[in-house]
Design a binder for this molecule. Structure first.
Ligand code: PLP
Length: 391
């Protein structure tokens, strides 16, 4: 489900309300002009409550959330941060923005971090581990937490694609020390651009809040112009217009999750008997957010042939295979020039297992608003193509 599916008149009214209350777009100050209404703060509080975390810090994007979260964990030059070969390019960019070295693991059939490979890539310089819950499905958090916990390394969950998913009853993004979220226009909820950093750790929250706001401590005893600071920061502040929209979007999440999961169950059930089809592994099937259905064919060649046939019939994909280049480290030579581990080696050779898995996969988007007739037509097209390709 992309949040843009959910947009209706309520988002428009929420924006109008910001205009009606003085038209203050800034998250701080102008108290009387805005009639003491603070939409970004309300969105942060509602988000924290919905996910059961103590603190949520709104920022300008999911990419900014990653950087702010890493900064709040104290990541800097000389540190290594481990993430996975299947993610959006932003995860690696954020690590590099902090001056740290991205170390990248293979994935397994969860499409997320392979814990055995994580173990192999640890070093004395590993300062954070960033599993990414791709396409709504949880990473193997038990194994990852065991490896991280035994060495005292914090986990930051990149939950940009995992909002609404759970792992053993807990929301994705609330299990590691930090969780980060994206509200760009293709994500589970949208504010156009936007992101959130969630944590239960007060010290991490205070560093995140300050870093996203030029280092401001937000000392309640002082006017903003005289505010105290401990460390430098940057500007990743969300606007009130985004906060107002985010609040409305968030209120629609429970119903949307229920509907997309029902649509997915119907499609998955109908495709389960097809020859040659294997579904993505879900470490906690009950926790699947349900916004995509991923299956593997036996070879990359079979997947490419099936995808071409499906595309000809107007079937759309979610990242795989169409946008694999933006979601697979094996295509990011542009980021690895001069890299201490990967520079000078063609990226395409570095994660062969991930390449094979990703190039054998097809991801179908699952929408909230799917009519029964549309679902039946999709099932019919996929069934006929797979029967032809896999016979
Ligand atoms: C979208 C995405 C991001 C970045 O979020 P933006 O809001 O677009 O900056 C980071 N990580 C993953 C896995 C994503 O899918």
């Amino acid at each position: 489900m992309p949040g843009f599916e959910l947009i209706d008149d309520r988002e428009r009214q929420a924006v109008n309300e910001v205009f009606d209350r003085g038209g203050v777009f800034f998250r701080h100050g102008f108290d009387a002009m805005r009639q003491h209404v603070y939409k970004v703060r309300e969105f942060e509080d509602a988000f924290a409550r919905a996910l059961g975390v103590r603190y949520a810090q709104a920022v300008t994007s999911g990419t900014a959330a990653l950087k702010v979260g890493l900064k709040a964990l104290g990541i800097g030059p000389g540190d290594e941060v481990i993430t996975q070969a299947h993610t959006f390019v932003a995860t690696v960019e954020a690590i590099q923005e902090c001056g740290a070295t991205p170390v990248i693991t293979e994935i397994d059939r969860t499409l997320n971090m392979d814990p055995a490979d994580l173990e192999r890539r640890l070093s004395p310089r590993t300062r954070a581990i960033v599993p990414v819950h791709m396409l709504g499905g949880p990473a193997r958090l038990d194994e990852i937490a065991r490896i991280a916990g035994s060495r005292g390394i914090p986990i930051l969950e990149d939950t940009a694609q995992g909002l609404g998913g759970r792992y053993r009853g807990r929301w994705l993004g609330t299990i590691g020390r930090v969780g980060t979220f994206s509200f760009d226009h293709g994500k589970v909820l949208t504010t156009g651009e936007g992101g959130m950093v969630a944590t239960d750790d007060e010290a991490v929250f205070l560093r995140a809040r300050a870093y996203h706001d030029h280092g401001h401590d937000s000392n309640p005893a002082l006017p903003r112009g005289e505010d105290t600071r401990q460390a430098g920061g940057f500007n990743y502040r969300m606007t009130e217009l985004q906060g107002a929209i985010g609040l409305v979007q968030l209120s629609k999440l429970p119903d949307a999750l229920e509907r997309q999961r029902a649509n997915k169950a119907r499609i998955k059930g109908a495709l389960a008997g097809l020859p040659g089809i294997r579904f993505r592994e879900l470490p906690d099937p009950d926790g699947d957010a349900g916004d995509s259905l991923v299956f593997f064919l036996d070879t990359p060649e079979a997947a490419a042939a099936a995808a071409a046939d499906l595309a000809r019939q107007g079937v759309g994909f979610k990242n795989l295979p169409g946008a694999v280049d933006w979601h697979f480290a094996g295509t990011w030579d542009h980021l690895f020039r001069g890299h201490p581990l990967y520079g000078g080696v063609p990226a395409s050779t570095l994660w062969p297992e991930s390449a094979r898995i990703l190039r054998s996969a097809i991801a179908l988007p699952i929408m909230v608003r799917m009519e029964p007739a549309g679902i039946d037509a999709l099932i019919d097209k996929v069934s006929r193509v797979l029967e032809a390709v896999c016979q």
